[in-house]
Design a protein around this ligand. Structure first.
Ligand code: QAP
Ligand code: CO
Length: 171
């Protein structure tokens, strides 16, 4: 089932999401719906809060070398924590909740992720490159933060102007 994605400046996006405690069929169905919704919108990452469910769950599907995404490559990440972050990189990010806008954000280059899968099993992941960036972007959503808050002052000003103009045009 496709779920509606909420977009900036919806205040719900500022909510801190709560830990997941029930790893039941309802969670599984929700994660499946998140995947369908993300693929339908050409996304590579989606946090539960973006579909109005404030729980600490996110999904990622990083494209392979040919740019293809497949269901086998989906990573479902629940109750994540970042450990041993190293280095910094700049990357031009976008977000399904900030459609049509991209901007440079600084992130850690590599990290270790502790999380639970859909069955509540504890997992560890060593992440670098786009996966590491995407993890940080999505965990920010769980803490009520958007990438636009991490832009330079000048870029943020430009964003506010452009985005509001686009919003008016779309109405
Ligand atoms: C988060 O972002 C991310 O504006 C996932 O019109 C971003 O899937 C992780 C999208 C950068 C790593 C690096 C954005 C689709 C998708 C748009 C997305 C749009 C259509 C964004
Ligand atoms: Co996002």
């Amino acid at each position: 089932m496709l779920l509606p994605i909420i977009t900036y400046p919806n205040k719900q996006l500022k909510v801190r999401s709560a830990e997941v405690t029930q790893f039941d069929h309802l969670l599984h169905r929700f994660l499946d719906d998140m995947f369908e919704t993300m693929m339908n919108s050409n996304g590579i990452g989606l946090a539960a809060i973006q579909v109005s469910n404030p729980i600490r769950a996110l999904i990622l599907c990083i494209p392979d070398e040919d740019g293809n995404q497949s269901k086998e490559n989906v990573i479902e990440i629940i109750n994540p924590t970042i450990h041993n972050p190293q280095g910094t990189v700049m990357y031009q990010e976008g977000c399904l909740s900030v459609p049509g806008f991209y901007g440079d954000v600084e992130r850690y280059e590599t990290l270790t992720l502790h999380y639970q899968n859909r069955h509540g099993e504890k997992c560890t992941l060593e992440a670098s490159e786009l996966l590491a960036i995407a993890i940080q972007h999505e965990i920010d959503h769980l803490d009520g933060k958007l990438f636009i808050e991490k832009l330079s002052y000048a870029r943020r000003k430009k964003f506010e102007k452009e985005y509001k103009k686009n919003m008016k045009e779309k109405k």
